[in-house]
Ligand binder design. Structure first.
Ligand SMILES: Nc1ncnc2c1ncn2[C@@H]1O[C@H](COP(=O)(O)OP(=O)(O)OP(=O)(O)O)[C@@H](O)[C@H]1O
Length: 299
């Protein structure tokens, strides 16, 4: 391994809480400059994984190497972290919270950056407000500033889009891509599959503490075959088992998972006998679909 290739490597992480296994031998590597998605259903072990990476918890077994070595005081200043919720003193004024965190991260002249980010996140008018008086979305935006203000090399985000409306979500997404272009490595844990699908280079999916999918997102999607999306009017006919693995029908929109080698022209012809078609599209399966399939198979 070259020193600069990986920003983070975990090997065989095991963590038990009260005799219950939360992580069961999870290994992953995150490359320099990529956006890496940490996925999994509720309780899968994502936050535990992040806490071990950040040295909040020690693993019972396994090893973490981050930014070239084990976690240290020096590593802390090179990482930005957005927790799932909380993390800021509700009694502090917005401006004081930012000054406090900038100081904690070793910034000597934080004021220009603070102004820049307050402006960007549309929080300038709220600088004198108490953190506890901010709306959920504002508080999330403030928390986001805290995680990036010191321009970390590695940014770890636990549910970055949680509690944000579509406009704020888009803004955070745009900023993350800009930070990536500037060379920042980003790890994000989320349930928002559409965002992951569009933003992440590679993913790790964990379920019940075990790694179930890992690698390049396009390669994973190709491995899971194809699906057909149909927008239609009428009553969807019974589909041929020879070609169709499963159908998820919403009444005027249906998603079909195709069996390997399925003839999409025959499927289309079969559909056209019964319904009027507005759209018919064959593509790789959505990550959401793959996620649900993998989790259901495990159950
Ligand atoms: N401090 C703790 N003490 C005891 N059990 C814990 C602790 N932290 C996590 N767990 C347990 O470990 C398992 C994994 O939890 P974790 O919070 O890592 O999941 P998650 O994937 O982040 O879930 P979510 O998407 O719901 O946030 C769960 O069964 C949880 O109850």
């Amino acid at each position: 391994m070259q020193e600069s290739e990986y920003v983070l490597e975990t090997k065989g992480l095991i963590k038990n809480f009260d005799g219950r296994r939360a992580l069961d031998g999870v290994s992953m590597s995150v490359y320099n400059g990529e956006v890496f998605g940490l996925l999994g259903p509720n309780g899968a072990g994502k936050t535990t994984m992040i806490r071990i990476i950040l040295d909040v918890f020690r693993p019972d077994e396994g090893d973490v190497r981050i930014l070239g070595g084990p976690f240290s005081e020096n590593t802390k200043d090179r990482i930005g972290y957005l927790p799932e919720e909380g993390g800021l003193d509700r009694k502090l004024k917005v401006i004081d919270a930012l000054r406090f965190f900038a100081g904690l991260k070793g910034m000597t002249n934080p004021e220009p950056e603070i102004e820049l980010w307050l402006n960007r996140m549309k929080l300038s008018d709220y600088r004198e407000k108490k953190v506890g008086d901010l709306s959920k979305g504002m508080s999330r935006r403030l928390q986001f500033i805290v995680s990036v203000i010191h321009r970390p090399e590695l940014l770890i985000l636990d549910e970055p889009f949680y509690g944000l409306d579509p406009v704020n979500k888009k803004q955070i997404k745009d900023i993350l891509l800009e930070l990536k272009r500037d060379g920042m490595t980003i790890i994000m844990s989320t349930h928002q599959m559409d965002e992951v699908e569009r933003m992440c280079d590679r993913i790790l999916m964990i379920n019940n503490g075990r790694s179930v999918l890992y690698g390049n997102i396009n390669e994973i999607k190709e491995r899971f075959g194809f699906s057909a999306v149909v927008d239609y009017e009428g009553i969807l006919p019974q589909m041929d088992d020879e070609y169709i693995e499963s159908v998820n029908d919403y009444g005027s929109h249906a998603e079909m998972v195709l069996k390997p080698g399925a003839d999409s022209q025959k499927i289309l012809k079969h559909l056209m006998k019964s319904v009027s078609i507005r759209k018919f599209e064959v593509s790789t399966r959505s990550l959401n679909d793959i996620f649900i399939g993998v989790v259901e198979d495990e159950q």
